[in-house]
Design a binder for this molecule. Sequence first.
Ligand SMILES: C[S@@+](CC[C@H](N)C(=O)[O-])C[C@H]1O[C@@H](n2cnc3c(N)ncnc32)[C@H](O)[C@@H]1O
Length: 427
Amino acid sequence: MSDSAGDIVGIASRKAATAALKAHVAVIKGTPMRKAISEALAEGGNLGGKERRFIAFATRELSRHIRRLNLSATTRGHPMSKLHLPEDQAIFRYALWRKEICRAEAHKIMTEIQLPGPIRPRGIPDQLIRAEVERTVELDFGKTPLERAMNVHSFPTWLAEAINDAAPDGELDAILEALNREPTLTLRVRPVGSRDALVAELLAQKYPVEACAEVADALRITDGSRAIFESRWMKEGRLQVMDLGSQLLAQFCEAKPGQTVVDYCAGAGGKTLVLADAVGPTGKVFAWDLSEKRLKEARSRVGELKIRHVSFPSPPRIDLADLVLVDAPCSGTGTLGREPDQKWKLSAKQIDELAATQLGILKDVARRLKPGATIIYGTCSVLRQENEDVVRKFLESHPGFTERGMLRVWPHRLEGGGFFGARLTRA
Ligand SMILES: C[S@@+](CC[C@H](N)C(=O)[O-])C[C@H]1O[C@@H](n2cnc3c(N)ncnc32)[C@H](O)[C@@H]1O
């Protein structure tokens, strides 16, 4: 079985460790991870770029490996339940993470965390932490492959079982490992077809990029740096941040020049832009979302780029569409690399509720769709309940529709998350 040990991102200075611990304490107390990281970065004082990257990375890692690190604490005779202060839990988990996942040396770990500082209050003595990072213990991950995978990769039991239910035989371990990986920064290049020329230009200017073989317009940043955000190509709208799996899903729509397309769950407009580029100025995109706040972002994005064939009618005129993309609200279990705290926030009940919402949205769209038109149903979930099961239930209750292909993007086969798509055409 593979292990999640890997290179660390950034520099683990004392200041960076302090800020990461603060962020993890906030997460333990219920603050959403993104907010906890941005607050720790803002309060962290004068931090270098590599320290900032470590803080975000370490905060995600501490959530990612909770189950395994707690197992280690218990095996060592100091279960987390006996550490009453969240600060103590955080510092002990951090020390065990640095030892067992990062394979850092004991003296280096102690330099990062020993008193005086970093976080207070602290009930756990330095001597205890030092003794634990100096000794190695054998962890009992369980007997069955499923049990071992959920302990090694730290997944709640219900979620590991649900992923196992959808996973190809023997691939659960690799899938969970991939869902624990730090996401790569992937971008989409506009206009369509200009990726290779831009990659050459960016390389000439020493930006660390490479073309992604799987999608014609995608490129990735190879060293995790963020300098590209300050580049003129980003400001000119030639680059758009987008997961590779999202780009594949948008490509799966096969929108054609001149078509009328509805982006029904448009959110902040990520896929709206891809659809707009695909249908071109002779086509139309109607973007819609339940959330007015998100739609406002999409509107301003489209406005800044001066794309005139995207509009936001309400209702979104599904009756006129050749194609409707339903990029449905989902569990996000395909993109846990970015949001590892979600592993511990989601529940099996929520998955049932999401599946009911997804089916409800499909039914609403189907009612208004013209004959011959197609719905593309998409999620960033790896769970069968939100993917194949929703499609099956929809088809059972809508005999006028046929399934014309499905897309399954597995995170261990394609770097960039787990995604699903289904093409549903009305006769
Ligand atoms: C996965 S996100 C969409 C991401 C977006 N397509 C993109 O590419 O950036 C799902 C969206 O569905 C919206 N949503 C939730 N329930 C909805 C409903 N009943 N009808 C339409 N949109 C809904 C949410 O507000 C959210 O923006």
